[in-house]
Design a protein around this ligand. Structure first.
Ligand SMILES: [Cu+2]
Length: 263
């Protein structure tokens, strides 16, 4: 049997290594500038995940290097290792620790998602149409105002984007807003976003959708509500019939929730 492990020392080394890795990783601005109410929440979530991952990595490295150093074969030792089998304490530990970490990460992510998708008063609904390889948008109101390649958003108001994929799966992503959502043919998906900084951003398709995928972008302008209304009022095109049809059809074919006759 191997001797007693210096558990206190290994734990101290793990905590120290976690601190060093975190100190290097945390100051890096991984997500860039944030421009929605969800951005700080998601950035904090990423920071917590970085610390957790650093801990797991540090723990594995400390145990690995301890084993390499402590149990190295002496020169000339050609014998087999001891036929050891099973170690209940170790097995309980390596089951419990990851379980606790994963449950915590899942619970915390759930809480963040719940918070950033909390419906606000007076949201605006905008239809986003995705097709190879362009974005277009429908605005609320009886005129069915329609814009191609350019999306305008009133500042500080919650937006419910209804996604309509006209051909294959696409994905809606404005990096500064953090939220990413797939547009799937046949169903309507929703992204809930509250932009909180005016400016011009890029909407990027982030699901490989064919040859022109890399060029599938649109300009996003977040502006004061008065300017937004003026811009929408100045739109000359209406949502074309096939797109209107997809709004109607998608809604009709949306899968019913379990228990309501759905799958
Ligand atoms: Cu794409």
């Amino acid at each position: 049997m191997m001797g007693r492990l210096p558990i206190a020392k290994m734990l101290a080394a793990t905590v120290a290594l976690t601190a060093v890795i975190s100190a290097v990783m945390l100051p890096i601005n991984w997500n860039g500038q944030g421009a929605s109410t969800a951005a700080p929440e998601i950035d904090r979530l990423l920071d917590v995940m970085i610390v957790l991952s650093s801990f797991v990595f540090a723990l594995v490295m400390v145990m690995l290097f301890y084993a390499l150093w402590k149990f190295k074969a002496k020169p000339g030792d050609e014998s087999d290792g001891e036929p050891i089998h099973g170690n209940t304490r170790l097995e309980v530990a390596w089951t419990l620790i990851p379980t606790v970490i994963v449950l915590f990460a899942g619970g915390y992510s759930w809480a963040v998602l719940d918070e950033i998708e909390e419906p606000a008063q007076n949201p605006i609904t905008i239809d986003a149409f995705a097709q190879q390889f362009a974005w277009s948008f429908g605005y609320p109101g009886k005129d069915n105002a329609f814009s191609e390649g350019e999306l305008h958003i009133p500042l500080g108001r919650q937006v419910h984007f209804k996604m309509h994929a006209m051909d294959v799966i696409h994905s809606f992503w404005v990096p500064e807003w953090r939220i990413k959502k797939d547009a799937v043919p046949g169903i309507t998906t929703t992204a809930i976003i509250t932009p909180d900084k005016p400016g011009t951003y890029q909407l990027i398709c982030t699901e490989l959708c064919g040859f022109g995928h890399a060029a599938m972008r649109a300009e996003v302008v977040v502006e004061p509500p008065a300017e937004f209304r003026k811009w929408v009022a100045g739109l000359e095109r209406e949502i074309p019939p096939p797109y209107l049809e997809s709004i109607r059809q998608d809604t009709e074919t949306n899968p019913l929730p379990v228990g309501a006759g759905g799958a």
